[in-house]
Design a protein around this ligand. Structure first.
Ligand code: NAP
Length: 259
């Protein structure tokens, strides 16, 4: 939905932009971006599996791209700047639209992939009480915990703790499954947030609602907010996101109905 999101931002600001989806051949990232610059593009977003290539391509990195080792935004100028807007997008959605306070909160992150690396620097900046990470492959959780100075906890041991915010950063929702987090953990959470977005509540959100979590949310808000941060990088203005959020939510529902 990124082209639709950026078109919506541009419309709301009265700007005239072109944002399109382009497929990059595996192993051909650098030549592809060289060509974009040559053609006069002003920048690009990068998605999996090229976020690390983008980091290497950039002449300089923002602190948030450097600390997670991945870039989702490149800005072309006399130098190429690499940025990572995922963490800021997540924070804007959770603290802004959802009104959740990170400072002093106990946070459980499920999953230890690239998405989590993008989130952790932004979460840590806001001084949560503590962050624990649980993952199917425990060694990946342990490696992540070590590099960010947080705790790794096996899924089955999370029930012994209490968390205000539980973030599903696994890809389980894409296979219509929920991660193996105990219901009691979700029952105590004031917010259960799935990075995946969908027309219907994801299996993780359903589990959290049944368990009695205070609130549940999917990752559409994060997607829209990280896009707004990228727009700011390229155009120097951060679009208002509320109208675009509603528009894209409607679009997702229409597409799911086949409308
Ligand atoms: P990734 O690097 O592929 O990591 C996937 C994670 O899911 C790993 O921790 C993996 O555990 C875990 N996992 C997969 N299948 C599982 C299962 N059956 N049971 C338990 N754990 C399982 O993916 P990523 O880049 O971190 O992204 C994670 C999700 O976030 C994706 O679905 C992505 O679409 C979403 N995302 C959304 C936004 C947004 O803007 N809303 C931004 C970024 C990412 P192992 O380590 O054991 O394999």
């Amino acid at each position: 939905f990124s082209p639709e999101i950026h078109r919506s931002f541009a419309r709301s600001l009265g700007e005239d932009i072109v944002y399109e989806k382009l497929e990059v051949p595996l192993g051909g990232f650098d030549e592809f971006v060289d060509d974009l610059i040559e053609k006069g593009y002003k920048g690009c977003n990068i998605t999996l599996p090229f976020k690390v290539d983008a980091c290497k391509y950039a002449d300089r990195l923002t602190e948030r791209a450097r600390s997670c080792g991945a870039a989702n935004t490149l800005v072309f100028g006399s130098k190429v700047t690499g940025d990572n807007t995922d963490g800021a997008g997540f924070i804007a959605d959770v603290t802004g639209r959802l009104g959740f306070e990170i400072e002093g909160a106990s946070i459980l992150v499920l999953g230890a992939g690239g998405g989590v690396r993008g989130l952790l620097p932004s979460l840590l900046e806001l001084n949560p009480k503590w962050i624990a990470v649980a993952n199917r492959t425990m060694s990946r959780a342990a490696a992540l915990a070590e590099s960010f100075g947080i705790d790794a906890v096996p899924y089955e041991e999370t029930a012994a703790e209490s968390f205000d915010l539980v973030i599903n950063a696994t890809s389980t929702s894409l296979s219509n499954m929920a991660p193996p987090v105990p219901r009691s953990v979700l029952a105590e959470a004031s917010l259960a947030y799935d990075l995946v977005y969908a027309a219907e509540p994801t299996p993780f959100m359903q589990l959290a609602m049944e368990a009695g979590a205070g609130a549940v949310a999917d990752g559409l808000g994060m997607l829209v907010e990280q896009a707004a941060e990228s727009y700011l990088d390229w155009r120097g203005v951060r679009p208002d996101t509320s109208g675009t959020y509603r528009e894209i939510r409607r679009l997702i529902e229409e597409r799911a109905r086949g409308a």
